[in-house]
Design a protein around this ligand. Structure first.
Ligand code: SAM
Length: 187
């Protein structure tokens, strides 16, 4: 069985093609942005957002070190991400990844929040193309994490099954509130 991060990445790798438009909604240190940038190649576009200047800076450095040139950086909450996207991305985004929680080795008080995460998911769903996926890696062991986890699970479970398939992938016998994956695929 794949561990959580490799499983999340496999959901992305299965569907993202060169030339695709994709989003990293919480770019942090840029690991997911780099994966997306590599998959869409030079003809594609990655939109990478974070609320922390430091995260955007680190992601820029990671991308430059790998000599890639297909990432647009958005220093804003993912709740406002739709306002930054060009109109051609509507119903045209292949994949969106969210890593919820705080940036490792950084200020643990700066965490993703239930209201903005829910707003981001709701506003970005219409941007998915058919077969496109939102992949969320949900860390919830920190203070505030459980409320966000419950909010995201509720939103995802209530999505219309005629329009979306929703998956939860979780190891249920691990200690210390391990992260799990929720994936939403547009039919
Ligand atoms: N995917 C990242 C990586 O590969 O390094 C790790 C992401 S980290 C778990 C969560 C990130 O979400 C932090 O960098 C934090 O600043 C960011 N964040 C928190 N609230 C946010 C918001 N409303 N909009 C966008 N990013 C947010």
């Amino acid at each position: 069985m794949l561990p959580i991060i490799p499983f999340a990445h496999s959901l992305i790798e299965e569907i993202v093609q060169p030339g695709d438009q994709v989003i990293d909604a919480t770019c942090g240190n840029g690991n997911d942005t780099l994966l997306l940038s590599t998959l869409v190649e030079e003809t594609g576009n990655v939109y990478a957002s974070d609320i922390q200047e430091q995260a955007i800076h680190t992601t820029q450095q990671t991308i430059q070190e790998h000599k890639r040139n297909n990432v647009s950086y958005i220093l804003d909450s993912h709740a406002n991400l739709a306002e930054h996207l060009p109109s051609c991305t509507k119903e045209n985004i292949a994949a969106i990844i969210f890593n919820l929680g705080y940036l490792p080795k950084s200020d643990k008080k700066i965490i993703t929040q239930p209201a903005s995460t829910k707003k981001a998911i709701t506003q970005l769903l219409p941007y998915l193309k058919k077969g496109g996926r939102i992949v969320l890696v949900i860390y919830h062991g920190h203070v505030g994490g459980e409320i966000e986890k419950d909010a995201v699970l509720k939103l995802a479970a209530e999505l219309d099954q005629k329009q979306y398939q929703v998956l939860q992938y979780q190891f249920i016998n691990q200690q210390n509130t391990p992260p799990f994956v929720v994936a939403i695929e547009r039919k």
